[in-house]
Design a protein around this ligand. Sequence first.
Ligand SMILES: Cc1cc2nc3c(=O)[nH]c(=O)nc-3n(C[C@H](O)[C@H](O)[C@H](O)COP(=O)(O)OP(=O)(O)OC[C@H]3O[C@@H](n4cnc5c(N)ncnc54)[C@H](O)[C@@H]3O)c2cc1C
Length: 392
Amino acid sequence: MSEQTLTETAAPAPGHALKYTRNNPFHATVLVNDLLTGAGSEKETRHIELSLDDGMQYTPGDAVGIIPENRRDAVDEVLAALKYTGSERVLDHYKVEIDLEEALRTRLAIGKLTRGSVTQFGKLAPGHAGLKDLVGPDNKARAEEYCWGREFVDLATDFPGVVTQPQQLFNVLSRLTPRMYSIASSQALHADNVQTTVRVVRYESHGRERQGLASGHMGDRAPVGATFPIFLHANAAFRLPEDSTTPVIMIGPGTGIAPFRAFLEERQATGQTGDNWLIFGEQRRALDFLYQDQFEAMHRDGLLARLDTAFSRDQAKKIYVQDRIAENAAELYAWLERGAYFYVCGDASRMAKDVELALLDAIAQGSNGTLEHANEYLAEMKKAKRYQRDVY
Ligand SMILES: Cc1cc2nc3c(=O)[nH]c(=O)nc-3n(C[C@H](O)[C@H](O)[C@H](O)COP(=O)(O)OP(=O)(O)OC[C@H]3O[C@@H](n4cnc5c(N)ncnc54)[C@H](O)[C@@H]3O)c2cc1C
């Protein structure tokens, strides 16, 4: 199927929802785009609701794929750096002829720079003195350092005149790829829409204001009524227990909260009776407690047997979700012994590892066993699908 379909195919008629895929997405309408974080927060986290076509179905634990476009001003900056107008004609990945402007907006990843792009760029000007220092196996570290915090526009600006034909950009830049967002809603409560929790990536580096491609799109260019292409992505490896009476423990700091809002809504809507324990973490209670009213109401109503929070910046000593696990190790182990499932969602780089260490510790303490025994216990939990992670 032509990639042209990513942005140009008309949506199939209702009743053909199963045909929506990343290559044939549904053009969803933004129904809600609310800021969840308070003024003054270091994070900009948004709650977004998107329309679905008849027959589009998801299960808590799934993700929604969003097919982004590069910002027009980011495209204009690249065109200016390359000294093109944008009306030059190029062949896209499927040999469909389009304007360079459209290629840069909808086909090519002009955001964060990769070493691969620098290498391909270098091949266009093999004798270039400055570029020589950034290519080849001996210059890996230097190239990585150059790429950090830079985008293609920086490369094109730092080394002008290297691209001599617009078509060369298809060798230099990789394809624009969809971004995944954990679904934050249960379809049992919201039959015709899908909800997500998006942290908008914004930063300044090397003298330019930058933003994440998809999250920036949702932060700045997705008001209520706007449309953009989406598809649903099933994740069978992240699911509520089949037995609705089984207890669950959910560790979801930051946007990691999203699938647990979906789990809890599902358990509420379908009358599941298993105990639920949520541990949420962020920087500050007053500014960053995502979905506070909803979770506190669930706690009051008894749906959440336990709601623990860890706000790292509300006191001198930073407190994280793993600290809450450590403080409650005995009870947590008792829940595990009752057959509880243990879920983790959110940051893969540090949080998920720290949580796993705290979990192992809790198991070792609770069982009066060694760390080796705790590792075996956790391996058994994994085998029984009682330890599930969705980390990114
Ligand atoms: C299964 C799955 C579920 C996910 N669920 C969610 C979710 O529920 N909510 C959510 O918000 N995200 C979620 N994500 C992450 C999401 O898919 C995107 O990766 C994220 O939104 C960033 O994408 P972007 O297009 O906005 O940014 P990109 O254009 O991809 O840019 C991000 C990149 O910018 C660079 N960068 C960022 N900050 C800085 C800085 N300060 N200095 C220098 N460089 C920097 C880094 O290289 C970073 O990788 C999920 C990912 C997966 C795989």
